[in-house]
Design a protein around this ligand. Sequence first.
Ligand code: AMP
Length: 365
Amino acid sequence: MTSPKPTVLGPDATIGILGGGQLGRMLALAAAKLGLRCHVFAPNPDSPAFDVVHRVSNHDYSDTEALDRFAADVDVVTYEFENVPAETALFLSARKPVLPDPKVLATTQDRLFEKTFVASLGIDTPRFVAVDSAADLAPALEAIGRPAVLKTRRFGYDGKGQILIRDAVDPEVAWREIGGQPAILEAFVPFEKEISVVAARGRDGRVVCFDVTENEHRDHILKVSRAPAAVSAEIAAEALAIARRIAEAFDYVGVLAVEMFVFAPGGQPKILVNEIAPRVHNSGHWTLDGASVSQFEQHIRAIAGWPLAEPLRFGRVEMTNLLGAEIDDYARWLAMPRTSVHLYGKTTVREGRKMGHVTRLVLEP
Ligand code: AMP
């Protein structure tokens, strides 16, 4: 099945977004700034993106009649989360251009395919092996050693679907705990830092990256991002080159994020790629207030066939996620100088749920 060729959108065009979370909401706000309309398709009636868009389709991703109507209403389709069912993306791509190409989803939805793809580009990852059954686990542990991290191949995020196997852990129990699903076993990396690069690639093949960002997680959920990352110029250049190589290898159009570990065995820092997010990313939220163009606008420009902007960072920037009940502190953040508050309009608070974020800017002389 061939997809319709994407055309350069006019400023009155409509962008279709699959997924209605905060990323879809911030994409839609960026599109609106450029005069573009958005139509969000999402199954959850409480989707935060619904509040800010021209049109919504509140249906299941398998509802082909609703998908047909959605496709007829939009000029290009994109997504704000990577677990869009492959069939949905394929169904739409027969009707309208879908960017980034759905083949990227097939790779990034599966940790084994993703890491194999990254390794095939000559980029280092933590050592990994496939674990398809409980019986595979003992030889896998033999090959990787302990501690190791067992991760489900699909549908893992924010530390869900993964377990650290230390010396005392019974592999059988670990296997049951991740639901006995196809998995990979990775070497545990005693990293110095977690960093990420948010890169945009235009339809013309031009790649523009934001500065390398340093990320701090709590309970596997991103808590704070700082830009620029406190890494050497060599590590920063290598991180940017890795993101560029991945974007080019996918023939990518839009924004993607590459999450990496900086690991220094014997004092010599090197980079290992942990994960690719084929979408705008939480570690790029600082760009909304800390740079001359945001990751959301870059994504919209890319899929519209418009030129990418060259981002200028205004200073040192720190982004803090408001997780769960931390949203109750919003008034305190509002009163802080050089601080920008973003609340996602979510009505239900759950522990660890991303309810908003704040950005603090330290201007450099
Ligand atoms: P992931 O879902 O793969 O992004 O993992 C979530 C978090 O778990 C990462 O951001 C790391 O903090 C940690 N983690 C994942 N894989 C490893 C690993 N191989 N070694 C050490 N920490 C890891």
